[in-house]
Design a protein around this ligand. Sequence first.
Ligand SMILES: [Mn+2]
Length: 453
Amino acid sequence: MNQKRQHYLLSRAEEACQLLEKHLKRDHVVRVISHNDADGISAAGVICNAIAKRKGKFHVTIVPRLKDDILKRLSQEKYKLFFFCDMGSAYVERIGKLHGDSIIADHHQTMDAAGDKYENLVHVNPHLFGMDGTRDVSASGVTYLSVRSLDNPELTGIALAGAMGDMQGQNGFQGVNQTILQEGQEAGVIEIYEDLKLAYKDEEPLYKALSYTFNPALAGVSGDLEGSQGFLEKLGLSYGIKFSDLANEEKDILREELVKLNPKILGTVYALINEKPPLRSIEDYSRILDACGKSKQHTVGMSICLGDRDAALKEGMELLHRYQDRLLSGLEWIRKEGGQEMEHIQCIYTEDKKRKSILGTLASVGLELGILNSEKPVLTLARLHQDVKVSARTTTQMTEKGVNLGLAMEQASNNFNGAGGGHNIAAGAMIPYRDLENFKNLVDDMVKSQISS
Ligand SMILES: [Mn+2]
């Protein structure tokens, strides 16, 4: 069954590829619109690399959401081909009415139709074929499929970095992601091996590498610089040196102790054979793009995807450091404050500027580290003038019990003239501030009925 579904998705993507090729042959500039997170930046990286390789031209815009004004602007543009990544599935009708042809490479759940009635539109989305866009493939993967038959195996790495950015593959790739991984391995682009899964192991001093490691979460160490220092000191290891500078027996001691903390620390590392650290590990690569996205420096992320290993990479690393520091102090804050527990959900509210942009991540990491109650989905709430931006996160255990935050965000926000949606495990919404309390209660009720039905 899964093979068959994948086959349908692949042939839809092939249609997209043919449409793209047709426009590239005519030397049309491809209008790319993508999302501002790691997956969206990777997706834009995939399509733009594929176009550049064929000496084609593109014009990219990275946006946080496909808002009305953007669609309006696009409807006045005269491009012959629009390529939407990581968004668009919810706007099939409006995209179908644009002046040129369109390709939508998205993986979000949608109530909208496939858009078959628009001849100028190819809609590629795993959900259209009964597949799971939360785990099987992300937008960067869907985009990769859409350029696959133009012979681009070197883009499998960026495609999987995007998947990692959407929290797919942290415990192994599955579905379409697995297919992409195999393709990358066969083409000599990606190699996989078992190793310590420490973040930026070859770049950062040990205590930083340890505290930057969230997958898997190391209690008392992840997100905790002092905790990491203490942990290393207790083992008699100097915390300021890099992993590679440890003597072999010291590496053994560290490995043993880390495994005691969390056995998952020994796991599969996906490495890009032709890259050097910090971009060699696909997971590290993805975290740099994530930091670029969260810092609103998408151009830096795009430049890295497009091959800039000098200025852009240096800037990307600076953004990463600043982002990690923000994350660490945010976790400190959650440790102190905790969440406001309701019956079935918990909420975290802030008006603090620096925290707002990382609330979703704080929720995910807080759940992972056990700082937040993993039995209750987390709603983070950031006030923006008259509105509240909601990020909702939960765990796989809870989605298996029936929790679907994408649906809850969409329905609950609609009740208050807001907008929302996303995946069962991670979703978001924008609602009026005055309805905040009612919204929270409604989501609490919805989660209750999702679990019990
Ligand atoms: Mn995505």
